[in-house]
Design a protein around this ligand. Structure first.
Ligand SMILES: [Fe+2]
Length: 264
């Protein structure tokens, strides 16, 4: 195959994402292995992308934050392209910023860090949320009766740190579909590919969640034990989530994408 050194990497990613996800979205098979198999070429391209490929200069941590800094959004988004098969853009996180726990209903995703470092906690939603025979436990603080309809059972699937040297973090409709993303030790940015794109009119709206604390786990002995065993113990652990409105301290601004133009 002739080498193609003229086409920008982001254009190659867009073309490969379109061909890959157009097929994947049309099939009902969205499991992790199928995505990995079909997407190996796309994953290789995404793994290679760096901030410089998108003409994005890594931001430095600002010394002291004035009023303007406090009023600017904690997270901004650069839109690159969107088709019926996928959307692609870049999220930029300020120092200390988080993208709260949220879902991607019926969607696949790839997240590749361009600069800085992020911590990602991924959850699976368990389908039989409120049809389970066992009633929900008591929470700390207790829920009001009208909140029980917003309860979701889930399992914490993975906790990991990603930098520009890491491969992409993947999600599918079934696995790792919910995640929280925290900037670690300074500002960070990542390329985000979602397939198909969010579309509230087609059942793909973004919902936010918070992890609930079960009352019996609030005891000092349990807490000490958990801290001793660290995050490993938390993994694969069933957890209860409460669907919440978008948190007040999170909002996302927009800014222009400076990189090579992309066309499908
Ligand atoms: Fe996300």
């Amino acid at each position: 195959m002739p080498r193609d050194n003229k086409t920008p990497l982001i254009q190659k990613i867009a073309r490969k994402a379109y061909s890959t996800f157009k097929d994947l979205n049309n099939s009902s098979n969205g499991d992790h292995k199928a995505l990995s198999d079909k997407n190996s070429e796309l994953i290789a391209l995404v793994t290679a992308v760096r901030a410089a490929d998108l003409k994005i200069a890594p931001r430095k941590t600002k010394a002291g934050s004035g009023a303007a800094e406090l009023q600017s959004p904690p997270v901004t988004y650069m839109h690159i392209c969107e088709t019926d098969a996928f959307s692609m853009g870049v999220f930029l996180l300020r120092t200390g910023a988080s993208i709260p726990l949220h879902d991607h209903p019926g969607m696949n995703g790839m997240l590749k860090v361009l600069y800085g470092k992020v911590s990602i906690r991924c959850f699976d939603k368990l389908e039989d949320s409120l049809t389970a025979k066992t009633p929900p436990p008591l929470f700390e603080p207790p829920l009001s009766p009208f909140q029980t309809g917003s309860l979701r059972r889930s399992v914490l699937r993975s906790i990991g740190e990603f930098s520009e040297e890491s491969g992409p973090c993947l999600l599918t409709p079934q696995q790792d579909n919910l995640h929280q993303i925290d900037a670690v030790e300074g500002p960070a940015a990542f390329l985000d590919i979602l397939a198909p794109p969010y579309d509230p009119d087609d059942g793909r709206d973004c919902h936010y969640y918070k992890v609930l604390r079960v009352a019996e786990e609030a005891g000092a002995d349990v807490k000490a034990n958990e801290e001793q065993q660290g995050e490993e113990k938390e993994k694969e652990k069933e957890m209860w989530l409460l669907e919440i409105p978008q948190p007040d301290d999170f909002w996302c601004g927009g800014e222009p994408y400076p990189g090579p133009p992309v066309s499908i």
